[in-house]
Design a protein around this ligand. Structure first.
Ligand code: 4AD
Ligand code: MG
Length: 477
């Protein structure tokens, strides 16, 4: 038999109904008050027991973390802090949790400690709120694209190509690492490997998504992505989820419009549907901010910040204009940047992106038309032959949240770019075919899902917005 979820029970307006609920003990006070949580919402259901009518042996088993089935009468609460409570008649301990060893006690644990206990951390308020928010955001993603007429495509996880050309890939092989077959010249003979060639985990589904956009018109991917970059930062994961829409007949301006509208839409969705969790996360953030020096505190409470992004037009600015602003900025002149901006052509670091967003414009910024040399081979070359139709969206506290572009649809220009950048043309024969048969203007972008959850939850570290983070030296669980 299924029992109602606590969220439903808490909203029940018929007092004196008999209910049976199941959940885990968050705390047990005075041998009388059990705070029960089943993950359906942040709030616990208070179950009150008359300890004199319960056996001592049973009471001992009711401890934080234990799984219980509680039956009793739902009534208006006598105490403060909750509207209703259950006057328990029967408590069945479904699974005990030894208080001597159970790590998640009803007190404040550090995020580091909880990371080491990632299999249990979702039993805390913070992580259950973040993970419900993550779930709601991913639902909002699908809902948005469905409403806008996109088709969801599943691009391969194992590929032979390096879409971003950055060489930061995890190899996939079934060859014996100790004694791989060798070619006559002494290199590993991948023709004997599982796929008969070198393969790796995908760094982006874009190239394959393009093939589908050139038939279905508007598509998106939403799947796991892998990068073996050794960046041990609070913004990078080795395994993350990326959302990549791709649209035929869209130029860069139309692409920026979609990206901005999409982000605003999914944030509006959680503002509307996740109020309880957002209020909790906002309070958590305020408490955390109090520990920081005044000048490092964020200016806006979480919900206000999300509303601000939803209501604001993002600033659109060319890379060239951004470089001028950065070159003349106070931190650049005072040599405060770790990577000083000396002139046009420099790759922007996160410190520069955050200066533009947090200090200069105080608003999300879309930068476009980057130097061709610092961007991927597939981006459309501008008339000036120096810049490409790239765009990055920069967010406060996050830096880059979206990277996208109009794609090079002219075969000759694409081939020249591939050659200049050392991209394996043979491997990408099928990608070139798109430019031979029915080629057309098209565009797309990639949004790092965890960076979106990071922004929406106000958490400070990307490891705390994915259930089981994969980072250098860490693949536990
Ligand atoms: O800017 P990137 O590398 O763009 C692409 O991969 C394109 N193929 C996307 C496209 O046009 N279809 O990555 C896109 C986004 C970044 O803006 C960032 O939000 C996220 O993916 N990202 C990461 N998130 C977490 N950990 C990492 N290591 C990330 N690398 C990129
Ligand atoms: Mg990028």
């Amino acid at each position: 038999m299924t029992t109602p979820r606590i969220k439903t029970v808490l909203n029940d307006t018929n007092p004196l109904t008999e209910v049976t609920v199941k959940g885990w003990v968050r705390s047990f006070r005075s041998n009388r008050f059990i705070a029960l949580n089943d993950g359906s919402c942040l709030e616990n259901l208070q179950c009150v027991i008359d300890f004199e009518s319960f056996e001592e042996g049973l009471l001992k088993k009711i401890s934080t973390g234990a799984a219980l089935e509680v039956s009793g009468t739902l009534q208006e609460s006598q105490g403060k802090g909750q509207r209703v409570e259950v006057q328990a008649k029967e408590v069945i301990v479904l699974g005990e949790a030894d208080p001597e060893t159970y790590p998640i006690q009803p007190k404040k644990h550090s995020l580091e400690f909880l990371r080491a206990n990632a299999h249990l951390r979702v039993r805390t308020n913070t992580f259950s709120a973040v993970m419900r928010l993550r779930s709601a955001l991913s639902f909002a993603v699908h809902q948005y694209f469905r409403k806008e007429g996109f088709n969801y495509v599943h691009t391969p996880i194992i590929t032979g190509s390096d879409a971003e050309g950055a060489g930061e890939m995890f190899r996939v092989s079934t060859l014996d690492p100790k004694a791989p077959p060798l070619t006559a010249s002494g290199t590993v003979d991948h023709s004997e490997d599982f796929f008969g060639k070198e393969t790796n985990l995908t760094v982006s589904g874009q190239l394959e998504a393009e093939t589908y956009a050139m038939a279905l018109g508007k598509v998106y991917t939403f799947g796991p992505t892998f990068r073996a970059e050794n960046s041990n930062t609070s913004r990078h994961l080795a395994e993350f989820w990326m959302i990549e829409p791709e649209m035929a007949f869209y130029d860069l301006d139309a692409n920026m419009d979609v990206a901005e509208d999409f982000i605003k839409n999914v944030l509006s969705y959680v503002l509307e549907h996740c109020e309880e969790d957002l209020l909790f996360l906002e309070k958590r953030l305020l408490d955390e901010e109090k520990q920081k020096p005044q000048n490092q505190r964020s200016e806006m409470p979480l919900i206000e910040k999300l509303r601000f992004v939803v209501d604001q037009n993002f600033v659109r600015l060319s890379y060239t204009e951004a470089i001028e602003i950065l070159q003349n900025s106070t931190p650049n002149k005072k040599k405060k940047f770790k990577y000083p901006i000396t002139g046009w052509g420099a790759d922007l670091q996160s410190e520069h992106e955050r200066y533009l967003v947090e200090q200069h414009f105080k608003c999300p910024v879309i930068l476009f038309d980057y130097p061709a040399d610092i961007k991927a081979f597939y981006m459309r070359l501008n008339e000036d032959k120096k810049t490409v139709r790239a765009m990055d969206i920069l967010f406060p506290g996050i830096g880059e949240i979206v990277g996208g572009s109009q794609r090079e649809e002219r075969l000759d220009v694409l081939e020249a770019r591939m050659q200049a950048m050392g991209v394996d043309e043979k491997e990408l024969w099928w990608y070139k075919d798109l430019r031979k048969y029915g080629s057309a203007v098209h565009s797309g972008f990639g949004l790092g899902f965890e960076r979106l959850v990071l922004f929406a939850s106000g958490m400070g570290n990307i490891r705390d917005v994915i259930p089981f983070p994969r980072t250098p030296q860490n693949a536990e669980f």
